[in-house]
Design a binder for this molecule. Structure first.
Ligand code: 5MM
Length: 340
């Protein structure tokens, strides 16, 4: 493990004024996203969609790193340049999703365990050769009447920590993503309680696995009421509860916290981040690692058509700019009305 290299990559990922684009949707998830615009997911449609995003002019003003999927890491621009080589050339760090998905946890109905540890050491070595400098692993925690169980939290935290240790051994910065789903009827108070328990367990496991905290990024969900909860919290309440929870459970040695958007609308995810940024300074950089909130508008504007390429890039850059402003606390919700 080269601690200096890990720390330098982690601080570039969390660079001020920028954030991370999560474009690591697996084939099945892309198919679901493309369905919304009536497009079939093929290797070529996935490639051209990613090319539209990655080659948006000036993207590196807002984006420090992009999380790729295995297939995408091996694909090329239409000019024949491998995506990780292109991204590196324009000043954006390429990363790679290395988990193989959340699968049912045997004996624990309604809960999942994320798989992908077998063979991970070898895959990380290859990914590093292909240009990846950071990785991502997502654990999924579901809030329900009888979940999450302590066992599921512990099992997922253990897997996250094993993954993180293997990444650092390969000089790859781990993004540690324990997502508490916003699906369900739970209140914001229940989400705060569960998120606290999850973060506390994750950092205990990271410590036990000797993970170098200065060389990792945490990717948490925000503390938010379940989608079906009749009492939806205000944006201010979400920001306060999230910051309070992070202050309680995330060690100050962690250089960056990059939120996932989790199904919030682009405007909500932007506003929440903005409010939190205004509550700083914090011991860690507070930033974003959004997939849906950054891509939703771009996907629709692109529409899967070659003639939609420029419109897709325009919509994408507009949202990336707004989220980057929010990351510095300089976003104004009125900007939602303005065009790119
Ligand atoms: C929670 O999902 C991650 C962040 O995305 P959102 O901002 O949309 O919540 C995201 O990186 C996710 O892990 C990828 O989209 C990959 O998902 P799949 O389901 O394909 O592994």
């Amino acid at each position: 493990m080269n601690r200096a290299e890990l720390e330098s990559i982690a601080s570039r990922m969390a660079a001020k004024g920028k954030g991370i684009l999560a474009a690591d949707e697996s084939t099945g998830t892309v198919a679901k996203r493309f369905e919304a615009i009536g497009l079939e997911g093929t290797e070529e449609t996935r490639r051209s969609y990613r090319e539209m995003l990655f080659t948006a002019p000036g993207l590196s003003d807002y984006i420090s790193g992009v999380i790729l999927y295995d297939e995408t890491l091996r694909q090329k621009t239409k000019d024949g340049e491998p995506f990780p080589v292109y991204l590196t050339r324009v000043g954006i760090l390429p990363g790679i999703k290395v988990d193989t998905g959340a699968k049912p946890l045997a004996g624990f109905p309604g809960e999942t365990i994320t798989e992908g540890l077998d063979g991970l050491r070898g895959r990380l070595a290859e990914y590093y050769q292909l240009g990846a400098r950071f990785a991502k692993w997502r654990a999924v925690i579901t809030i329900g009447p009888a979940t999450p169980t302590q066992f599921a939290i512990e099992a997922n935290a253990h897997a996250l920590a094993r993954y993180a240790a293997l990444c650092q051994e390969a000089n790859v910065v781990p993004i540690v993503e324990p997502e508490v789903l916003l699906d369900g009827e739970h209140t914001i108070e229940r989400c705060e309680e569960v998120t606290g328990e999850v973060l506390s367990t994750v950092f205990r496991q990271l410590h036990s696995h000797r993970v170098h905290l200065e060389g990792m990024i945490l990717k948490p969900s925000m503390v938010i009421a379940g989608k079906k909860c009749p009492n939806q919290a205000s944006a201010q309440q979400v920001a306060e509860a999230t910051v309070r929870t992070l202050k309680r459970y995330v060690p100050s040695a962690v250089p960056g916290i990059a939120f996932l958007s989790g199904g919030q609308t682009p405007a909500q995810a932007t506003e929440h981040l903005n409010l939190m940024s205004q509550m700083g300074p914090f011991p860690w950089e507070l930033t974003f690692s959004y997939a849906r909130a950054l891509q939703e508008e771009a996907l629709r504007a692109w529409g899967g058509k070659p003639e939609g390429f420029a419109a897709g890039q325009k919509a994408f850059l507009r949202r990336a700019k707004l989220v980057a402003l929010a990351r510095s606390g300089n976003y104004n919700p009125q900007q939602e009305q303005e065009a790119a």
